[in-house]
Ligand binder design. Structure first.
Ligand SMILES: NC(=O)c1ccc[n+]([C@@H]2O[C@H](COP(=O)([O-])OP(=O)(O)OC[C@H]3O[C@@H](n4cnc5c(N)ncnc54)[C@H](O)[C@@H]3O)[C@@H](O)[C@H]2O)c1
Length: 409
């Protein structure tokens, strides 16, 4: 398994297409979601420094198979979400929705999914879903996410969760109102080593967080320049320039990639950004190829954010986050694959890291399948985190355009 997969390519090779029976709507004994108790014990960071308990979304038998629908049947849904859920053992993809009839037909036949819709409201009304995956382009996440929550689904909303601070807050509010989880699949957040790093910060092992350096680089000079992404030549659908390289549709590196590194930084450090000042370098399509930003957190801490699209393909992506506190430093560097605690008193630690790929795109999707099936899971990238990431990146783009520091809304 190559080490160098990026957050735009899952580490697991695509499994053979799953072919659940077309009549899968009747193939599962599905208990009613309505009235099922749903704990939301995940404390807001402001309320508790204690480690999050797992979520017990709906007290259903683990023998149940969750029913999941997907909206946005493009590259990532067909390459990652559908096969990963189909092989999860706890959930099945029972319905597909896209605006494009041809895509629905191709993907429906490829994966043996008969229930296909061009109208999300019709899918939500007909399919009694436990979960909805929103894998539409960045600019088209908000309406389907809120519709899914209002229909009673847990919702996996692709990153970036939204492309304006207001939309991100609206999704978070809808999740709170519905009592359902939003999971944003920024895969690094779901690694065990991330839970260890977060615990170090929560337990005060580095003291008070005063400074962060958050850097990410990806081998995606083709994708963000509007060219076919080399690694996807044999995929069912390929990631299009309209989703990734159009400045009018939130293309570019910060929305497309730094949504991963910021989600990790915000989840682990507990910081919330207050203002951002960014200079960006553009690709030939006019989206950001490079981002160089400084930020101030609400607690006064200083933050450096950096992103670059032009890592050589053979080197792959890397994320390097250093969280400096009054008593020590947390170091996350997935190029050398190390997660370490360095303390002023010399009581250093290193997280145990299993033989992991740099990025496992299937990991958060598997967590989502288990969440929908009623299993206890930890949602390491929830709506609140997604809203903070969205608001920070929105401020970053506003600053790159204005040339001034911008407040995080
Ligand atoms: N988490 C990760 O590691 C990861 C990796 C890759 C992509 N992604 C995310 O997945 C999302 C999709 O990326 P992609 O490359 O697959 O895009 P894509 O353009 O290939 O697919 C999007 C699909 O959505 C459909 N669509 C557009 N608007 C719609 C609407 N309103 N209702 C229904 N369908 C609609 C399009 O017809 C298309 O089929 C992006 O937000 C991207 O950031 C995440």
């Amino acid at each position: 398994m190559p080490r160098f997969w990026t957050p735009c390519a899952p580490a697991t090779p695509r499994p053979p297409p799953a072919r659940p029976p077309p009549t899968c709507r009747t193939s599962t004994a599905r208990p009613s979601r309505r009235g099922a108790s749903h704990d939301r014990p995940v404390p807001r960071r402001a309320q508790a420094r204690a480690r999050r308990p797992p979520i017990h979304p709906a007290r259903r038998s683990s023998a149940m198979t969750a029913r999941i629908g997907i909206v946005g049947i493009g590259w990532w849904a067909t390459f990652n979400h559908i096969p990963v859920i189909a092989s999860s053992g706890v959930a099945e993809v029972v319905a597909l929705c896209d605006l494009d009839d041809d895509r629905l037909k191709v993907a429906g036949e490829e994966f043996g999914i008969a229930a296909r819709y061009t109208d999300l409201a019709a899918m939500l009304a007909a399919e009694a879903l436990d979960g909805l995956v929103v894998s539409t382009p960045h600019v088209a996440h908000t309406a389907p996410a809120i519709a899914g929550l209002e229909a009673g689904c847990h919702v996996l909303v692709e990153k970036p969760m939204a492309t304006s601070a207001a939309d991100g807050r609206a999704i978070a509010a809808a999740a709170a109102k519905a009592g359902r989880e939003v999971l944003v699949p920024t895969g690094l957040n779901f690694e065990d080593y991330t839970a260890t790093a977060r615990r170090w910060v929560e337990e005060g092992r580095i003291g008070e967080v005063r400074h962060v350096v958050c850097q990410m680089g990806s081998p995606l000079h083709d994708l963000f320049a509007g060219e076919p992404m080399e690694e996807t030549a044999d995929h069912l659908f390929r990631p299009p320039p309209s989703t990734w390289a159009d400045p009018a549709r939130a293309g570019g590196y910060a929305w497309g990639q730094m949504s991963h590194s910021l989600a990790w930084m915000i989840h682990v450090s507990g910081l919330r950004l207050r203002s951002v000042y960014c200079a960006a370098g553009q690709s030939k399509t006019g989206v950001d190829f490079y981002d160089a930003a400084t930020a101030r957190a609400t607690n006064g801490a200083t933050v450096v954010l950096s992103g670059a699209s032009t890592v050589p393909k053979h080197k792959g992506m890397h994320t390097d986050v250093r969280i400096f506190g009054t008593e020590g430093v947390v170091v996350f560097d997935n190029e050398r694959m190390r997660v370490e605690l360095w303390r002023m008193d010399g009581q250093d630690e290193a997280a145990t890291i299993a033989d992991r790929p740099v990025y496992d795109g299937g990991l958060p999707t598997r967590v989502f399948a288990r969440l929908c099936a009623g299993e206890p899971v930890t949602n390491a990238s929830d709506a609140e985190c997604g809203a903070e990431v969205t608001a920070a990146i929105h401020a970053l783009y506003r600053s790159a355009a204005s040339g001034q520091p911008e407040e995080v809304e």
